[in-house]
Design a binder for this molecule. Structure first.
Ligand code: PLP
Length: 389
């Protein structure tokens, strides 16, 4: 059963940060639900052991990851030889960008690595690219009838000379779950231009009915020129434990990424994240199905309340994630001002779209109880009505 937890007073970023005090926070992307009982039991068992010295990553870990992706998503072949565990998807991403830069330097090429991503994009993509001293090429997604799409023509115009395509599959913040056909087109294009693909698949378990997730690895065909970043953290609400996995089929790339992970000193998992991940992947399939049902219900609640009380807002199609990407342009105020005023006047926190490199949208986190969501949306509606548009 999906169990709501009051997180206030637990040093929780989402609820206890200075700006979140006294608000209903629908911002930071984690959930107000307890981890699944098998995860709690596994953690308790590890805790009861009472010793927390340095640990290894056991075969059970790779087996759990491998079995889950093969059973649930038809992706075969994950194992110790092609997986590099690390402490988070963003550290993983930075390490892979570092590895790609190292490869340039090996060839005597001193220029910055060129990285393309689709915008709007998850904000840490920008910081990671910047921190790795890489150069960003932004390829805007197109929006038609509330539906986001990849502009393949624009992508092809821009991709020449790009070293890395950084993909988010499914996509935060728009909530698109890329179809197999879309990914096949992308993979074909990257193959013909020799572009390395990094696919961040942290949201892969969070899909709404009719929108199955396609692992990039299953469309890449026989190219090894990609890596996939996964983690149980987002879907099982264990992000604070810090665990992620880099899948890379290319042997030389494996060695470079492994070196980069070690240079960044982010190579050691702790015993709790290992146990939580194993329990999640071995025992929590039904829990995820139920969670996706709760998110679908919350999405319907948002749709109903938007239609009835704040038709000035336009919801874009949500196919996955628990994040609702919402067009506020008809209110006539910019997203930063909208969010600042909403926080001040109604004590509700949303994310303004500027951080994702886009104007006129807000991101609403639906992963909370129906009661909290109803109250937060009631306040949001009151705020929108007060704008008199
Ligand atoms: C697309 C994406 N990647 C990565 C992360 C964060 O990953 P981690 O906490 O494992 O670094 C998030 C968190 O919201 C995300 O949305």
């Amino acid at each position: 059963m999906i169990e709501f937890a009051n997180r206030q007073g637990s040093d929780c970023y989402k609820w206890d940060s200075a700006e979140a005090q006294g608000t209903l926070p629908l911002w930071v992307a984690d959930m107000d639900f307890k981890a699944a009982p098998p995860i709690l039991r596994a953690l308790q068992k590890r805790l009861d052991h009472g010793v927390f010295g340095y640990n290894i990553v056991p075969d059970r870990y790779y087996e759990a990851v491998s079995n889950w992706f093969s059973r649930r998503h038809g992706w075969q072949g994950i194992g110790r030889r092609n997986s590099i565990p690390t402490i988070g998807v963003v550290p993983a991403l930075s390490a892979v960008l570092k590895a790609r830069t190292m490869a340039l330097r090996e060839k005597g090429d001193g220029r910055p690595l060129k990285v393309m991503t689709f915008t709007p994009a998850y904000n840490c993509f920008f910081s990671s690219i910047r921190n790795m001293e890489a150069e960003l090429t932004a390829c805007p997604l197109t929006e038609k009838d509330r539906h986001y799409e990849i502009d393949f023509e624009a992508c092809e115009r821009q991709i020449e000379g790009v070293d890395v395509l950084l993909l988010c599959n499914p996509h935060n913040p728009t909530g698109r779950v890329w179809t197999r056909d879309e990914l096949l087109l992308l993979a074909g294009m990257c193959d013909s231009y020799g572009t390395y693909v990094i696919s961040d698949e942290i949201h892969c378990e969070l899909t709404l009915p009719g929108h199955p997730y396609t692992p990039y690895a299953t469309v890449a065909d026989d190219s090894d020129w990609y890596c996939v970043l996964t983690s149980a953290s987002k879907a099982f609400n264990i992000a604070g434990l810090q665990c992620a996995n880099i899948f890379t089929a290319d042997r030389r790339e494996y060695e470079r990424i492994d070196r980069a992970i070690n240079i960044h000193e982010v190579c050691d998992l702790n015993p709790f994240d290992v146990e939580a991940t194993i329990a999640a992947y071995n025992e929590c399939g039904e829990w995820i199905d139920e969670l996706n049902g709760v998110i679908a219900q919350n999405r319907r609640l948002l749709e109903r309340m938007t239609a009835e009380q704040m038709p000035q807002l336009r919801l874009t199609d949500q196919e996955g994630t628990y994040l609702a990407w919402t067009d506020i342009r008809r209110t006539g105020i910019d997203a930063d001002t909208f969010c600042r005023r909403l926080a001040a006047e109604e004590k509700v926190l949303l994310n303004a779209s500027g951080m994702y490199s886009c104007e006129g949208f807000v991101r609403i986190n639906l992963a909370t109880s129906a009661e909290i969501l109803t109250e937060a949306l009631t306040r949001l509606a009151r705020f929108v009505q007060s704008l008199n548009i």
